[in-house]
Design a protein around this ligand. Structure first.
Ligand code: ZN
Ligand code: ZN
Length: 162
């Protein structure tokens, strides 16, 4: 757990460090992610918010509509406006979806699952044997046990905080 993965925006005003490996990595093919990124999919590393330390700069929180209808808050560099991570569903800043492409060594975190493949662009070919679902899935059925333990720990903190 004491691993460190640094990343940042395009202009280098914001730099951050993830202090744990992601619990799970989503490659999301929903039309919302396509629009938001301007490309075919988004690559998000799910990690506890307290495992993301801002080293430099102050990300700005931008309220943005999302696929679920519950919205998301995207943390962006105040200068170049690159999206660094987001939280979904109005549950507060407990889990962050770190944009894998903003990590210095982005190739370390390939997707664990492809989601919303029902709206995948037809030219995107998902490798044989890769986990893929038409829409979403249940973490409990798919995540590795150590990631589920981490998830439970955050849920317990959320509950305690009311
Ligand atoms: Zn920037
Ligand atoms: Zn999406």
């Amino acid at each position: 757990m004491d691993e460190k993965y640094e990343g940042g925006c395009a202009c280098r005003a914001v730099r951050y460090r993830m202090t744990a490996r992601p619990m799970f990595v989503h490659c999301c093919h929903c039309t919302w992610c396509q629009r938001e990124t301007g490309t075919a999919f988004a690559l998000n590393a799910l990690v506890e918010s307290d495992r993301v330390e801002v080293l430099q700069g102050e990300p700005e929180r931008v309220d943005t509509p999302s696929n679920s209808g519950k919205g998301q808050v995207i943390a962006r560099c105040p200068a170049c406006h690159i999206a660094l991570w987001s939280n979904y569903g109005g549950i507060g800043d407990w889990f962050r979806f770190v944009r894998v492409g903003t990590l210095d060594d982005a190739a370390r975190f390939p997707p664990d699952i492809h989601i919303f493949t029902s709206t995948k662009q037809p030219w995107v070919v998902i490798p044989e044997g890769m986990r893929a679902v038409a829409e979403y899935y249940k973490s409990a059925e798919i995540w590795p046990p150590e990631s589920l333990v981490r998830r439970e720990a955050v849920m317990a903190k959320m509950k305690a905080a009311g």
